[in-house]
Design a protein around this ligand. Structure first.
Ligand SMILES: Cc1ncc(COP(=O)(O)O)c(C=O)c1O
Length: 437
């Protein structure tokens, strides 16, 4: 008989520091599809999917089987010692599937942060420039450079300086809170993109900038969807100065947005792209895909890592791509996203607590405010909604600079019953909290 959640939490507190946070106060025993069961047998609907990782659903049999088969053959040789075909095959797949028909190459790493670090290394090696431009509200990971590129001070940066040099931050196209006050519902002058020119006068010499890194849909920042023209304009302005464009698709990639990659929605072909999360359905794997001439700049031995591109993770990723195709997950994200959007819009009609409904595909969110006019972030209320939902059996994750965004990242495979049940619970939680306002 396993220990209770309470007993396990007491042990966790004793043995593990508080830094690695927990959303749920219970421990997982089993997970299948869009449901997680805890050690006491309680079954929850999962709208978090391990932060968007389990896009194919928990323990998809085909993916588990592929990983097991690889483990029977070999678990690890280190690609730098003895290479294996799967690494090359997955690189070929990503070269073919990422935007752009130009020649590309792909390398693998273990986490999203590592992919970001490697993309920056490649960009610096190619341009021979040190600078990186990033955006407000961005999240790129927790390693030194990735943390520096990340924008939210607490909890991600507080106490962890000094930070990496040569990083400049500029406003993102956060239309609901337009940093230039220029956005109306139907109008956008794209001042946020044109502002780059100003940054090149006031903040940083463009001839010292290697790359601009952007999330096509900001993830941890609260599912902020840039208008399609924004990314294109940013890329153009950068290109005028020989600056590369890195699309960070760690959270938005692999069908989540109803496109295989979110930058397809903006018709942007990045020079370099970072991927992780849903790539290998829970096995730790990340990738950098980019123009072949860029990717080949770093010297032999300049890129890599002991576990980077582990064969079991690679096998899981190859199976994940097959599942994406066979189960039409990109289209399903678009279809299910429409159902969620309609439900969110209907909730926004009823509850003033919901200030904004936004997203792309099945990367949908609602931003909660205590007052629609001032848009004052409803941070405490958002925490209450998430806690109430959890009590009622729905696992949710928050996001946003002010932690006032409820974001939905269910498996793309979620069925209509689980989806409807989860949305009902979310609405009950919102209604309860909105009633308290
Ligand atoms: C856009 C983006 N980039 C990078 C990362 C960092 O990924 P990891 O936590 O795997 O290092 C994340 C994680 O949430 C992310 O959303």
């Amino acid at each position: 008989m396993s220990q209770s959640n309470q007993e396990l939490m007491a042990r966790r507190k004793q043995a593990v520091p508080r830094g690695p946070f927990n959303t749920a106060p219970f421990f997982a025993a089993r997970a299948r599809g869009a449901r997680v069961t805890d050690v006491e047998g309680r079954d929850l609907i999962d709208f978090a999917a391990g932060i968007g990782v389990m896009a194919t659903g928990h323990n998809h049999p085909k993916i588990v089987e592929a990983a097991k088969r690889q483990m029977d053959d070999f678990v690890h040789t280190c690609f730098h010692v003895v290479p294996y075909e799967g690494y090359v095959r997955l690189a070929e797949e990503l070269n073919a599937r990422t935007p752009g028909t130009h020649e590309k190459k792909t390398m693998f790493a273990n986490s999203g942060a590592e992919a970001v670090e490697n993309a920056v290394k490649v960009a610096r090696a190619y341009t021979n420039r040190p600078g990186i431009l990033c955006f407000d509200n961005a999240f790129h990971g927790r390693t030194l450079l990735a943390m520096t590129l990340t924008s939210k001070i607490s909890p991600y940066k507080h106490g962890f300086g000094p930070f990496a040099p040569e990083v400049t931050r500029v406003p993102y196209a956060y239309c609901y809170r337009c940093p230039f006050g220029a956005c109306g519902p139907e109008s956008c002058s794209l001042e946020c993109a044109e502002n780059l020119k100003q940054a090149f006068i006031n903040e940083v010499d463009p001839t010292s900038v290697a790359a601009i890194i952007a999330e096509p849909v900001q993830g941890e920042g609260g599912f902020v969807v840039a208008p399609p023209a924004f990314l294109k304009r940013v890329q153009e302005i950068g290109a005028e100065h020989g600056i590369l464009f890195i699309a960070d698709e760690v959270q938005s990639g692999f069908g989540r947005t109803g496109h295989l990659f979110a930058c397809e929605a903006s018709h942007v072909v990045p020079d370099l792209m970072t991927m992780a999360k849903a790539l290998a359905s829970g096995f730790p794997l990340s990738a950098v895909t980019g123009r072949a001439d860029l990717m080949d700049t770093p010297q032999v031995g300049g890129l890599g890592g002991t576990y980077a591109g582990n064969p079991v993770c690679i096998a899981a990723a190859l199976a994940t791509l097959e599942v994406l195709d066979e189960e039409r997950l990109v289209e399903r994200a678009r279809e299910t996203g429409k159902v969620v959007k309609a439900r969110f819009d209907a909730m926004a009609q009823k509850y003033d607590l919901i200030g904004d409904v936004r997203g792309l595909g099945l990367m949908m969110a609602m931003e909660l405010v205590t007052d629609r006019k001032s848009k004052a972030p409803a941070t405490a209320e958002t925490a209450k909604v998430a806690a109430l939902a959890l009590e009622k059996g729905l696992l949710l994750v928050k996001a946003g600079t002010y932690s006032n965004v409820i974001r939905l990242l269910p498996p793309l495979t979620i069925g209509p019953e689980d989806l409807a049940e989860g949305l009902d619970i979310l609405e009950e939680a919102i209604a309860a909290v909105a009633g308290d306002l």
